[in-house]
Structures are given as structure tokens and as C-alpha cells.
Design a protein around this ligand. Structure first.
Ligand SMILES: C[S@@+](CC[C@H](N)C(=O)[O-])C[C@H]1O[C@@H](n2cnc3c(N)ncnc32)[C@H](O)[C@@H]1O
Length: 220
């Protein structure tokens, strides 16, 4: 037996099942090892056309209309990078896992996209600036998210925006960052902060979900 964050005793198998259902969004993961099966989750690989179109439609709402420079941090296998590229944006992806970066490069081969191995908290992009910093399911794992958000704001061109997709996964032993905490961290950094709940759209996840999932679009 182990205890969840509310102090209730739960079986270790239940915790494992919860973690598996969360799609692997947990710290201390060997992402190189996870890379081969990462896209098996509906919202990771976007293989189901209905799931794919649900994410494409959301991205169209979050990204600028015209072609823009998008920095996808913790890009994984490049699934969101590919959607952004299909919407005519130029993409730079950064991930600390070389295997994830290999898969992203293969997924976007022949497109106007570049992928770098590096730390999402301090991306190796030199003086380059972007219209969008796009981050899904990564911020909450980084130490000192407030400092990281400040750094990301500095990577934006004037008028640029952060598009952050985060959540609190699992109910037995929840992990993640709540929309309330994230908007609190953004308050001193961004003039305009819009939260879009995502838990009520099973098409995004390939199933019904009960935990907190959301996107934030923040303009400094
Ligand atoms: C849950 S996956 C999300 C992947 C992708 N953003 C998506 O939504 O499909 C987390 C990704 O973040 C990467 N990652 C974790 N910590 C990182 C860090 N400090 N810097 C760069 N990438 C990181 C992992 O290698 C993994 O590819």
C-alpha cells in the first residue's frame, strides 16, 4: 500500500494504472526509452483522424493566422509541430531526448522545420526570436516554472504569445500544474491571459477524462 496526496491509502497497482492512463506525463521518465511507444497514446501520436482534427482545430485557434515562427519546447515526437507545419507555420522544436528529436525530424522530413537537442528551460536558439512558444505537457516537470516562463517570454517577438497546454493528471495521486497556479505565475508577465478548458472534449484525448486539462494563451 501507498498513500495519495490526500493521505488515502491506495494499492500500488492502482497508482500504476492511474499513471498509465495519464499518458506518461510524469517526472523522472527515461524519455529516450519511452520514445518508441510514445505515439501509441491517442493524444500523442494523433493517429485517429478525429483526435488529430480535434487538436488541429484547437491549434488553429491558438496560433496566429498567417505563417509564424513557432518554438515547440519539449516537442517529443513532433506531433504538434507537424500540425503547426501543416498550418503553414515554420517550426523549431527542442527536446532533451535525442531519440525523440530523431522521431520528430523523421515526422517532419522535407518541411520547413528544425529540431534541436536541448533543455526546454534554456533552449539553444541563440538570438532567434519567435511569434509563438508552444509547450504541451512539459512546463510542470521543470524546476522553477516561474523563472522558466520569464525566460520564454524573452524569446518572443513583440506581439508574440505563449501557448501552454497543461493539466493535473490522475485522481488517486495527481501530478501536474493547475490552471490557477499557472495563471498566477503568468500574472506579472503577461497582459492578456486566456484559459481554455480541455477536459470536456473527449475527442482530444481519445476517451472521457475527469482530471483537469487546459490550454493557456498568454500575451506579454
Ligand atoms: C509528455 S512528453 C510531451 C511531448 C510533446 N510536447 C507532446 O505534447 O506530444 C514530454 C517531452 O518533454 C521532453 N522533456 C522533458 N524535460 C525536458 C527538458 N528539461 N528539456 C527539453 N525537453 C524535455 C521529453 O523528452 C518528452 O519528449
Amino acid at each position: 500500500m501507498t498513500s495519495n496526496s490526500a493521505g488515502e491509502e491506495v494499492k500500488a497497482e492502482e497508482v500504476k494504472a492511474e499513471e498509465a492512463k495519464s499518458g506518461g506525463e510524469r517526472p523522472g521518465v527515461d524519455w529516450d526509452a519511452e520514445s518508441a511507444t510514445f505515439d501509441d497514446e491517442p493524444d500523442h501520436g494523433l493517429r485517429d483522424p478525429a483526435v488529430r482534427e480535434a487538436w488541429a482545430a484547437r491549434l488553429r485557434g491558438w496560433l496566429p493566422r498567417g505563417p509564424a515562427d513557432v518554438l515547440d519546447l519539449g516537442c517529443g515526437t513532433g506531433s504538434l509541430s507537424l500540425l503547426a507545419s501543416e498550418q503553414r507555420h515554420r517550426v523549431t522544436g527542442v527536446d532533451s531526448s535525442p531519440r525523440m528529436v530523431d522521431l520528430a525530424r523523421a515526422k517532419l522530413a522535407g518541411r520547413d522545420a528544425a529540431f534541436l537537442v536541448g533543455d526546454a528551460a534554456a533552449p539553444p536558439v541563440g538570438e532567434q526570436r519567435f511569434d509563438v512558444v508552444l509547450v504541451r505537457h512539459v512546463l510542470w516537470t521543470l524546476p522553477d516554472p516561474g523563472r522558466v516562463l520569464r525566460h520564454w517570454c524573452g524569446l518572443l517577438r513583440p506581439g508574440g504569445r505563449l501557448v501552454l497546454i497543461e493539466g493535473v493528471w490522475g485522481t488517486v495521486s495527481p501530478v501536474g500544474i493547475s490552471a490557477g497556479r499557472l495563471t498566477g505565475l503568468l500574472a506579472p508577465l503577461a497582459e492578456d491571459v486566456r484559459v481554455e478548458p480541455l477536459s470536456d472534449d473527449p475527442l482530444l484525448w481519445g476517451r472521457e477524462v475527469e482530471d483537469e486539462r487546459y490550454a493557456v494563451v498568454a500575451v506579454p
